[in-house]
Design a protein around this ligand. Sequence first.
Ligand code: FES
Length: 190
Amino acid sequence: MARADAAVGDIAINPIPVMPPEDSSPSTEDRIREAIARPHNMGEMTDADAVGTVGSPECGDMVRMWLKFREKDGQKLIDRASFQSFGCQTAIAVASVATELLAGKTLDEAMAMDATALSRPLGPLPPMKIHCGQMVEGALREALEAEKGTPAAAPSAPGNAGDTLIGSFAAAQAPLKQGGRIRVVKHENS
Ligand code: FES
C-alpha cells in the first residue's frame, strides 16, 4: 500500500498538512464599519406618509424613521424608508440595512420584523449593541402604528423631562405630518 510518508531512497517524504480554508467573510464589526462609512437612505423624507421617533434616556440617542407607502394589488406596501440617527454609529448601521430590507414589505411583514431581523445583514450584534437595533425597531413600530392609527406602547410627550437631547430635539422640530411624538425606549437590561 502507498504511504504518503514513505521513504524514497534516503529522503523521507512527509505529507503536506492540509489547512482548513480561512473564513474570509467579513465580521459583524467590518459590516458595521462599512454601513457607517456608506449609509443608505439616511436623511429626512419630506414626502413621507408616516414617521416614528424613539429616544433612549440611558444612552441619550434618538432614531427617527420615515416611511413612504404605495399600493400594489390592493395591498399597502412600504415603497421606501429613510432614517436619521442622533448619536449612535451602530444605530446608523442597523437603520441603513433595515431601510433596505423594508422596501417592498407589507405593513404586517414590517411589523413582524424585530431588531434581529432588521440587523441580520450585519450579523449578530454584540450584546452591548443589541439596544441600538431595538431603537431602530422602535422607530419602525412607531411609524407603522402611526400609519395604522393604533396607539403605540408607552408613548411620551415630546420634550420628555430628564432627557435634554430628546427635549431639545423635540423643541427644534417642526410639527410632524404624522406620529409627531417621541417614544422613550428603555434599555431592556436596565
Ligand atoms: Fe443607544 Fe446605540 S447606544 S442607540
